[in-house]
Write a protein that binds this ligand. Structure first.
Ligand code: MG
Length: 376
């Protein structure tokens, strides 16, 4: 009995000392009494250089502007990011204006992230990428203070991460063939469609690869019968799902398409925030959740819960981003059927080291928080 008491005393002490070493100064306890140091938010603009010209149904580009954030408390720093592709309608200037308007110094306990993010969400409407930049840094900070990766704090199994798709943009035949050959480690490729050369795109990809494909039409098809015929043809070509085949406002056409389609139809442009999920029941088979659309990890987790309750498929996606935002989204990926987490792999000037893709599968780093370190 004495032995057992000694053991409990020892393990209790060991757990206590672990907590102290994980947090450096035992500040979890202090902070729960709301007397830690005030949260300090800093940020700076950064331009991502894309490895290839990126062409979607709507536009082409070679750079993506982002804002990098840092949120500090008691000697710990969490990293965050807002990625700003043109169709999001947020700019580096609008993000910096939003972040400048926040007074996060009023908070002394980052573990009160429900309170903090409620304040951030109520500060102004919209600005979801800017909100995500705070949310990601806050989650990273909390994970670092707890000394645990987020997936562990959420109870998610890191073995359950999906394979990630790798995106092949619309391009000349020889460029598509080169990109597909370069992407040989991926177990699924995402082909961008929605122009007048859709069948040629697929045929070109198939001339050099036999891996399963998914396609993202980016709202590019306007006729539902044409869309259905295309989906049947795509199924014969080994396509496993179709993302945003028609304009998001064509709700009745998309519901008809989903009902008749042999492949799952996934919403992307049609689903931005958690408020958009419920009306999509019966219209799509699933949703593509992205941190920059919904305002970060807290909102994304709510969307996962909602979609699962409605028996909808979940895909976790990203923008072109550094490994910071992609690693954050990847923490949630064990809950998703499909991952589209290649945004960091499309850029040539990533300043973070984080999530990896090994044999096509998302591998979560064994580091606290979102799992990133700044590259030297
Ligand atoms: Mg998409």
């Amino acid at each position: 009995m004495q032995q057992r008491r000694d053991f409990l005393k020892y393990t209790g002490m060991a757990a206590g000392s672990l907590l102290i070493s994980a947090t450096g100064n035992g500040c979890i306890g202090r902070r729960s009494k709301a007397n830690g140091s005030p949260l300090k938010l800093t940020f700076k603009p950064y331009d991502l250089q894309l490895k290839h010209v990126f062409t979607l149904a709507g536009n082409s580009r070679t750079t993506t502007p982002v804002i990098l954030t840092q949120l500090s408390c008691d000697g710990f720093t969490g990293y965050g990011e807002a990625s700003l592709p043109p169709y999001l309608e947020e700019t580096q200037e609008s993000v910096m204006n939003f972040l400048n308007s926040l007074d996060l110094g009023q908070f002394h306990d980052p573990f009160l992230f429900e309170d903090i993010m409620e304040y951030v969400f109520n500060a102004a409407p919209g600005n979801y990428a800017a909100k995500a930049a705070v949310d990601i840094a806050l989650h990273d900070l909390v994970g670092k203070l707890a000394g645990q990766p987020l997936y562990r704090l959420w109870g998610l199994n890191p073995e359950q991460t999906p394979d990630t798709s790798f995106t092949i943009g619309i391009d000349e035949e020889y460029v598509v063939r080169t990109k597909v050959k370069e992407a040989s480690i991926y177990k699924i490729l995402k082909v961008k469609l929605g122009r007048d050369n859709d069948r040629e795109m697929i045929t070109t990809v198939r001339s050099v690869s036999q891996v399963p494909l998914c396609v993202d039409v980016n709202q590019g098809w306007s006729d539902r019968q044409f869309a259905l015929d295309m989906i049947f043809w795509l199924q014969e070509q080994g396509v496993v799902f179709v993302e945003q085949p028609m304009p998001k406002d064509a709700v009745d056409d998309i519901a008809w398409l989903t009902q008749n389609s042999p492949l799952p139809v996934i919403a992307d442009e049609a689903v931005q925030t958690k408020n958009d999920v419920l009306p999509l029941y019966g219209v799509y088979s699933g949703i593509n959740i992205k941190l920059m659309k919904c305002g970060g990890l807290m909102a994304a987790r709510e969307m996962v819960t909602l979609a699962k309750a409605m028996n909808m498929e979940i895909m976790i996606g990203c923008m072109t981003e550094t490994s910071c935002a992609v690693s954050a989204a990847s923490q949630l990926s064990p809950m998703a059927r499909w991952g589209d987490l290649d945004g960091n792999l499309l850029i040539s000037n990533d300043i973070f080291d984080g999530v990896k893709v090994v044999d096509g599968k998302v591998i979560l780093p064994e580091r606290p928080g979102i799992g990133v370190e700044l590259n030297a």
